[in-house]
Design a protein around this ligand. Sequence first.
Ligand code: PRP
Ligand code: ORO
Ligand code: MG
Length: 192
Amino acid sequence: MNTDEVLGVFREAGAILEGHFILTSGLRSPVFLQKARVFMHADKTERLCKALAEKIRAAVSGGIDYVVGPAIGGLIPAYETSRHLGAPAIWVEREGGEFRLRRFEIARGSRVVIVEDIVTTGLSIRETIDCLRALGAEVVAAACIIDRSAGKTDVGVPLIALAEYEVPAYPADRLPPELAAIPPVKPGSRNI
Ligand SMILES: O=P(O)(O)OC[C@H]1O[C@H](OP(=O)(O)OP(=O)(O)O)[C@H](O)[C@@H]1O
Ligand SMILES: O=C(O)c1cc(=O)[nH]c(=O)[nH]1
Ligand SMILES: [Mg+2]
C-alpha cells in the first residue's frame, strides 16, 4: 500500500480530525489521526496490517518471537499484524505512568518487533524499547501504520512505516495564533 492508499483508508473512516490537539509528547497540532475510527473496522485494519506485516517481513531477517503493542493505540494493530507474521502478540501498558509488560513473561534474548499505530516524536516507542530491553529482549525493529515525522524520528532501531505523513506540531509556547484561538483537547490515554 502506498501513502495515498493508507491516508484514503483513514479519510474514509473519518479518522483525520482537525482542531487543536494536545499530543502525547505535549506538542500541539491542528491535525489528529484518530486511529480508533479505523481500527473499529476489521476489514480496514486487516488491509493495513497485512501490508505492514509484508514490509516487516521484507525488512527483518531472522525469526520474530513476539510482536509487542504499546497500549492503547498499539493493541489492535500489533494483534492484527502478528496474525500475518505468525508470531504471538503481547503488549506493554502503563503502570504508574511507565510502560510495563504486566501480563506476560518473555525469555531473555527474545526477538521482538514493536508495532505502533502512529509515530510523532518516537517517545512512546523509545519508552517501549526501554521496558523490553530491561527484560533482556532484543528489539529487532519497530513499525507503525503512519509516521507523522516522515522519517525524521530516530528510535534507535529500524523504524518501518507503512506510510509517512508529515503533519505540523508545535511546542505549547509557540502556537500559531489560529491554533491558539481553539480550545485544546487531548485524545490519547497518557496521564489518564
Ligand atoms: O511518537 P509519540 O510522540 O510518542 O506519539 C505517538 C503515540 O501517541 C499515541 O499514544 P497516546 O499516548 O496518545 O495514547 P493511546 O495509545 O491511548 O492513543 C499513539 O498511540 C502513539 O503511541
Ligand atoms: O502524537 C500523538 O500523540 C498522536 C498523534 C496522532 O495523530 N494520533 C495519535 O493517536 N497520537
Ligand atoms: Mg499510543
